[in-house]
Design a protein around this ligand. Structure first.
Ligand code: ADP
Ligand code: ZN
Ligand code: ZN
Length: 725
């Protein structure tokens, strides 16, 4: 009896066995199976000899949908690892790795199928066919004309041809064949880039020499040091060896320059791009190109770490510290960490590039587990001059210090651009009643509503709540409602007052929502038809604006003190990225940071642009306090109607954890930093251990106990290696 074990996207954490007599069933291919009263598409993950399910209870699979596996063995192993490590149901994890359009049942199966003549079929002379079976004659001629014929070519001949094909298959004259793979280019065409400097050359050579085996590499290069050129050279070397390259980036929409750079450097090399902005069909097509090897470069966001890339030869993770590599809900994997796992499985080097790597990565490099390559010099201009503006001497009500204003004025005079960075969109983060102290709060979140003045709306940035600005205070009826604090809109308005003739462009999620809005803006900035940019962290990512020479950072102090021990690490990365925008042309850049804490070690390190000193300091603190990367953590997140329900669930979970492992510390349940969100109340429970292995074993056991308890009032999930508390 033929058996297949199938992964299905159902919320039950197990695989399902079916009978299947079709000998073409292959591990990694899709199969259509009955499930309860439904039919579902799943992926075959094994062809076991025996099943735990009694033979009589085993159902028959309906149909094998793919001749060729969609996922290779290494792809399945990566997903299995990830599902185990992040405690996510395996079936759901496997199905998530497949594009949505391949998971849906269609009336007509549209996977590419092709046909070829068997030896018996090739021997058939047309004189042997019934003389009036015209369709059969035409089909035979068609099949003899090419080694492999696509299904569409047959279908185009009409219903009679399809029927004839069926007969040919039954007679054993025709077999299904895999669609032809386009031969990859012999040697990829590479256009000339700038000659590498000495540091770049050394880095690229080191990466190229690692091709052919597993080697994690940290490429630590300050902003503007030319990391991208090092990537491109390493990619060229991998492509020349006929390997595919996987390049993971935080957000493609924000880094279109990288994509066009790659296209220009490797003309004629097919590239697959994979990100959430693609329509289902587009995504499936790119995914298929990666899978069948046509695409030699796969450029994608975190989900692309699971894309099947059979000839993978090199993995690059750009801005590896970026928080978006960690999925924030559901399957909470870290694509950066999985990239390293994938590199190990596939035996290929993994380059992690950043100016401010995650402390986890940095420590691995310092302690020799990763190779460290450094780019310490900017390519063209000198590094920017970073200074603090001490706000303890006072700050005008509009939030812009006199020194920043005059610095902007002199840039405008010289025809240069300035940028004001503020990490908050909207007009003001708080609307307050001057007579009774009422503030506009979100009813569904523990958060204030943000005032969007031009639109005259109050919006919650967490749940999407959107309402009109009240004319009077809902509590006391007074009309004295005033905005408190600064957002991008308010700074934009203040700048317009200071510089009436200046061309000011605001860049935040609100102004870039429209498709193509951001590329259009980038063009205007590069052309020089903008004097002052005001924006959020959208502006921080690797953009090259040659006329931008002054960066003003305001309200960074807000992010300085936080309950999350990772806050300084993240703030440093953000600010150094923002600062790195200044002076990428010929003029030396200037960065002014408005702060009440000019002596804070973070600002001191930023002024010296000494990531390593800062990182060493943070690592020493983390070691002392027993924080990651010196311990490993997992967070049990719980969400319920009321926080008490969530806390009770967690208390029970803590009791269930008792006695599982002495090597794991279980902390007390606490309400989440933002307790209410979109009408649900949240709490969590931290567990940690000095040993990753012990923690994994503990989590497996614990997760099983929690699942068995079957609590329904609380939605819960495990977050392994949580990046935010
Ligand atoms: P990073 O990503 O490290 O911040 P980039 O890769 O964006 O830096 O490089 C900064 C700028 O320097 C880019 O405009 C790039 O084209 C240019 N560049 C990089 N390497 C060289 C080189 N060897 N010679 C001349 N220009 C270079
Ligand atoms: Zn009031
Ligand atoms: Zn809300």
């Amino acid at each position: 009896m033929g058996l297949i074990r199938v992964a299905l996207d159902v919320p039950i954490d197990r695989l399902f066995d079916y009978r299947c007599e079709d000998r073409t069933a292959r591990v990694g291919a899709r199969v259509l199976v009955p499930f309860g009263r439904r039919r579902l598409i799943g992926i075959i993950v094994a062809k076991p000899e025996h099943s735990e399910v009694p033979a009589a209870a085993l159902k028959h699979a309906h149909q094998i949908l793919d001749e060729q596996p969609l996922l290779g063995r290494l792809d399945l192993r990566l997903i299995e690892f990830a599902a185990g490590y992040y405690a996510h149901p395996l079936g759901a994890a496997i199905m998530m790795a497949v594009p949505a359009s391949l998971r849906r049942i269609r009336r007509r199966d549209q996977t590419p199928v092709a046909y070829a003549l068997t030896a018996a079929g090739a021997a058939i002379e047309s004189s042997l066919l019934p003389p009036r079976a015209l369709a059969s004659h035409r089909l035979l001629a068609l099949l003899k004309s090419a080694p492999v014929i696509g299904h569409t070519a047959v279908a185009a001949q009409g219903a009679a041809a399809r029927k004839a094909l069926q007969t040919f298959v039954e007679k054993g004259w025709v077999r299904k064949a895999s669609p032809e793979q386009l031969p990859s280019p012999d040697s990829p065409e590479v256009t000339e880039g700038p000659a590498l400097n000495a540091e770049q050359t050394a880095a690229a050579e080191s990466i190229v020499s690692a091709i052919g085996g597993f080697q994690p590499i940290l490429l630590l290069g300050i902003t503007g040091s030319g990391k991208t050129e090092v990537y491109l050279h390493s990619m060229a070397a991998a492509l020349a060896r006929n390997a595919q390259v996987l390049l993971l980036v935080p957000e493609i929409a924000l880094t279109p320059q990288l994509q066009s750079l790659i296209v220009a450097r490797f003309p004629g090399t097919p590239i697959a791009t994979l990100h959430s902005g693609l329509a289902d069909g587009e995504r499936a097509a790119h995914w298929e190109a990666a899978r069948n090897g046509k695409a030699r470069i796969v450029l994608g966001t975190r989900l692309a770490v699971f894309a099947p890339i059979p000839a993978l030869g090199l993995i690059i993770v750009d801005e590896e510290h970026d928080g978006s590599f960690k999925q924030g809900e559901g399957f909470r994997y870290s694509a950066r960490d999985l990239a390293v796992v994938r590199g190990r499985l596939a035996g290929v080097p993994v380059v992690l590039g950043s100016a401010t790597p995650a402390l986890e990565t940095y420590r691995n490099a310092v302690e020799g587990r990763y190779r460290m390559l450094q780019l310490s010099q900017r390519i063209s201009a000198k590094p920017p001059l970073i200074e603090c503006i001490d706000l303890r001497q006072g700050l005008p009500a509009d939030g812009l210090s006199g020194r920043l204003i005059s610095a902007i004025a002199s840039r405008i005079e010289r025809g240069e651009q300035s940028m004001v960075f503020i990490n908050r969109r909207g007009y003001a983060p708080v609307l307050v009643c001057g007579s009774c102290g009422w503030t506009a709060d979100c009813g569904r979140c523990s958060a204030k509503l943000v005032l969007h003045l031009p639109e005259r709306r109050l919006r919650c940035h967490h749940c999407g709540h959107d309402s009109a600005v009240p004319a009077v205070c809902p509590d006391c009826g007074d009309a004295d409602l005033a905005p408190l604090g600064q957002g991008t809109q308010r700074i934009e308005a203040a700048l317009a007052r200071h510089f009436p003739g200046a061309r000011i462009l605001r860049i935040d999620r609100d102004t870039t929502r429209r498709r193509h809005a951001w590329p259009d803006m980038r063009k205007r900035i590069r052309e020089g038809s903008v004097d002052i940019l005001v924006g959020t962290q959208i502006l921080a990512k690797g953009h090259d604006f040659p006329r931008l020479n002054l960066v003003g950072i305001i309200n960074a102090d807000n992010m300085l003190y936080s309950n999350d021990f990772r806050a300084p690490e993240r703030l440093y990365a953000l600010l150094s990225q923002v600062a790195g925008r200044a002076g990428r042309g010929d003029v030396r850049g200037q960065v002014l940071v408005q702060t009440r804490f000019p002596d804070h070690p973070l600002y001191a390190a930023l002024r010296n642009q000494d990531f390593e000193a800062f990182a060493q300091g943070l690592l020493a603190e983390r070691r002392q306090a027993g924080f990651p990367p010196y311990v490993h953590q997992a967070l049990l997140r719980a969400e319920a109607r009321s926080v008490d329900t969530a806390l009770q669930f967690l208390a029970k979970a803590a009791r269930a954890a008792r006695g599982i492992s002495p090597a794991v510390t279980v902390y007390d349940p606490v309400p989440a930093g933002m307790m209410r969100r979109a009408g649900r109340e949240r709490a969590h429970l931290l567990v940690q251990s000095g040993s990753r292995k012990e923690l994994r074993a503990f989590l497996q056991d614990w997760h099983q106990r929690l699942a068995d308890a079957g609590d329904t009032a609380t939605r819960w999930s495990l977050d392994v290696d949580p990046s935010e508390l």
